[in-house]
Design a protein around this ligand. Structure first.
Ligand SMILES: C[S@@+](CC[C@H](N)C(=O)[O-])C[C@H]1O[C@@H](n2cnc3c(N)ncnc32)[C@H](O)[C@@H]1O
Length: 370
């Protein structure tokens, strides 16, 4: 029987740090938002995009390879949906949830959609387009005059030689508004979101800054006041459980559930039977960090955002055998170079790691080689 390896990621005292006005347990038995509304199609699309990002996925890029890992965006949706309460306005609940996931129109516009100015010119109505765009035109004077007095939408194919660009002095908020308008002309969420970056690729503060007034207004009756997901999660935890939420995943596998829960500000506990599990290979049994903890100093109780280049000293995904993240990066390079999965790892000088990689080879259906 294997020993359960456990990890407490947050590393901070489990004290309700914020929002003293909150009434602990006010939401003790309140139904969760996810029981009433959940944008399954959007979550599904975003999850698929994340999985298709291959090495661009956060945990993969951190050097942790795991075949069947849950998409982080799915974990995020479930944690938030389980903590948020239902109100008597289900439509508004869904609207707020989508804002918190950056699925809403404004969120999509902030996710740097790839829509060129000429495409915008084709798609939206604008009475004074040249307040926001510049045009340079190589053609006859008659056409040039026509363009100068034109409005959007503009059949730009009628004017070969016309180049349209954003004005350099355009206000960022106005630009986002125009991008949102252009995005709204695409028929499906898949079409719109497919043009955008994934939410976790964006700077989180800038991406979500505009949503907090709406979130605070919607949940104001609970005295929630937040400017980050982490504070929101902590406050919802106090309202539901009297403390910051704790997430346990005893079969954590690739570790995406505890990783994302910690990033959202939960305290997390994780374990797995498999030595290769836990976000990256661990060592033998015993305490095993799974690669995230609450950042200190900083706001107490905030889950760490452990993105490449964003690690704190000690945030490195250490295994108990002392293996380095670099080992896994080598493994990634090895795989990318098409030299066969884990080939290099099979020659690893540390027998524990060699064994672990051989296990992984079998799981992946590859014949381990000596
Ligand atoms: C489907 S995977 C989990 C995937 C994970 N949720 C993720 O997103 O990556 C199931 C995990 O359960 C672990 N497991 C199976 N039996 C176990 C046991 N008795 N104790 C601990 N872990 C166990 C396996 O090693 C495997 O990693």
């Amino acid at each position: 029987m294997s020993e359960i390896r456990q990890s407490v990621s947050s590393g901070v005292a489990n004290q309700p740090a914020a929002a003293p006005k909150l009434q602990p347990f006010a939401l003790k038995d309140a139904p969760a938002l996810i029981e009433a509304v959940f944008p399954a199609q959007k979550v599904s699309f975003e999850a698929q995009r994340e999985r298709k990002a291959g090495a661009g996925q956060t945990l993969t890029a951190l050097g942790s390879y795991w075949k069947g890992r849950k998409p982080l965006i799915l974990v995020r949706a479930i944690v938030l949906g389980s903590l948020l309460p239902q109100t008597d306005d289900a439509e508004k609940d869904l609207e707020i949830f989508e804002k918190l996931m950056a699925f809403d129109e404004g969120g999509l516009a902030r996710r740097e959609p790839k829509i060129s100015p000429p495409e915008i010119a084709r798609r939206i109505e604008l009475a004074d387009p040249w307040s926001y765009f510049t045009a340079s035109f190589k053609g006859d004077a008659e056409d040039a005059a026509e363009i100068e007095g034109s409005q959007f939408p503009l059949e730009i194919d009628d004017y070969p030689g016309l180049a349209i660009r954003w004005r350099r002095d355009i206000d960022e908020a106005v630009k986002l508004d125009l991008l949102a308008k252009a995005l709204a002309t695409y028929p499906t969420y898949e079409d719109r979101a497919g043009l955008c970056k994934r939410p976790e690729e964006m700077d989180q503060t800038a991406l979500y800054a505009p949503v907090w007034p709406a979130v605070n207004a919607h949940l104001g009756h609970l005295r929630i006041e937040t400017h980050s997901h982490q504070a929101l999660v902590e406050q919802l935890g106090i309202l539901r459980f009297g403390h910051r939420p704790r997430v346990g995943d005893t079969f954590c596998g690739g570790g995406s559930i505890p990783f994302e829960a910690a990033r959202l500000g939960c305290d997390v506990y994780a374990s797995d039977l498999n030595r290769a599990a836990g976000g990256r290979g661990g060592g033998g049994p015993g305490n095993h960090r799974i690669g995230h903890r609450a950042r200190q100093p900083g706001q107490p109780g905030q889950g760490v955002s452990l993105l490449p280049g964003d690690a704190l000293p000690g945030d490195r995904l250490d295994g108990a055998d002392g293996a380095e993240l670099g080992d896994f990066q080598d493994e990634q390079r090895c795989r990318k170079a098409g030299s066969g999965p884990f080939k290099q790892a099979l020659r690893h000088p540390n027998p524990n790691r060699r064994l672990r990689r051989r296990d992984d080879c079998r799981r992946a259906g590859n014949r381990p080689r000596r």
